[in-house]
Design a protein around this ligand. Structure first.
Ligand code: RIB
Length: 338
């Protein structure tokens, strides 16, 4: 979707008035109460900019567009296409369409897409990260824009419905499994620690190692970014450490697969040299060499439930948050240590 050059948009009006596009839409549509002060600001911005409402823009007609937006951070991570499939299958069965936006985890592109989607008449939004900022999401919620957070747990946003796997428990399962195989020295390649999934997988893993009395000197954490490239780079970092782990827990499969590539290039045998475990159970994880042991998330189902809850909210019902169970999938990338 490309904004028409020269034409004043609802976003321009919102910027001028210092409010969100959804507030502009509410004032012009009279679909919800807006304070007299904000209403005045919006109306004077409309008149100063000579704004002529686009009949197709959000809220400037009373009907819904029956479309929802899914904002994803990394289209190259196979987790997201599978998730999007779940969302799309559900929304299309309900007569809605899906618009997919990839942001490369950049807050500015996330904001830009949200504004564009609101301007074009989206009925609701699904976020897969909070990079856009908690205040931004809070302002969408206070403007009654239906939103669902997918795969992350909001820590400080009251009223935001979310659908997530129990990431802390997943980290614990990875730790228990490696301990049961007799491992003694561990590296965790985490996701970004500014997001709840990264932090919770890390805490579950470390708490479990500590519970089993693994000493701190036998644990290393490398923060990475949930991408294949990040995993590849972390594998190189591990090879340069003085510390030699027996097992490595990657906070997602994409990073584990990137690392397998690096280890293959360096002729390092997996699982002879290191046992490797991932998180997600994306489809390709059973096809790599060796097939990856991982902690599975019900990715397609997460997409379906998120879509169901968003549509409930759009249609005036209350949405519910869901926490799904992670599960160990044993393949051939881990081995027992005598
Ligand atoms: O942001 C990417 C990661 O978060 C995915 O790989 C999946 O683990 C999700 O929870």
């Amino acid at each position: 979707m490309i904004a028409k050059k020269g034409k004043v948009s609802i976003i321009d009006v919102a910027k001028k008035a210092g409010v969100s596009p959804a507030t502009v839409s509410r004032v012009l549509n009279k679909t919800a109460k807006v304070s007299p002060k904000l209403t005045k600001k919006v109306l004077s911005a409309v008149s100063e900019l000579n704004y002529v409402p686009d009949p197709f823009a959000h809220g400037l007609k009373t009907k819904r567009t029956r479309s929802i937006g899914l904002i994803i951070s990394d289209i190259t991570n196979p987790f997201f296409p599978e998730l999007a499939r779940g969302v799309e299958d559900y929304v299309s069965s309900m007569g809605y369409s899906l618009i997919l936006c990839n942001t490369d985890a950049k807050p500015e592109s996330e904001k830009r897409y949200v504004e564009l989607l609101l301007n074009k008449g989206i009925d609701g939004l699904m976020f897969t990260s909070l990079r856009v900022g908690e205040d931004f999401i809070r302002s969408l919620l206070s403007d009654s824009v239906p939103c669902v957070l997918v795969g992350r747990k909001p820590e400080n946003i009251e009223g935001l419905v979310y659908v997530v796997t129990d990431n802390y428990k997943g980290g614990c399962i990875a730790g228990e499994y490696l301990i049961s195989l007799g491992h003694k020295r561990f590296v965790h390649v985490s996701g970004p620690l500014d997001n709840s999934a990264g932090r919770e997988r890390l805490s579950g893993f470390i708490d479990t190692l500590k519970k089993h009395k693994v000493k701190e000197e036998n644990i290393r954490v490398i923060e990475s970014d949930f991408t294949m490239e990040g995993g590849y780079k972390s594998a190189g970092d591990i090879l340069r450490l003085k510390f030699l782990p027996t097992a490595i827990f990657f906070a997602n499969d994409a990073m584990a697969i990137g690392a397998l590539q690096k280890f293959w290039e360096e002729k390092i045998d997996i699982p002879e040299t290191f046992s490797i475990i991932g998180f997600d159970n994306i489809k390709v994880s059973s096809l790599v060499s060796p097939p990856l042991t991982t902690i599975s998330q019900e990715i397609y189902k997460i997409g379906q439930i998120s879509a169901r809850e968003l549509i409930k909210i759009i249609e005036g019902e209350k949405g519910d948050s869901t926490i799904l169970e992670p599960k160990l999938i044993e393949r051939r990338s881990c081995k027992c240590i005598e």
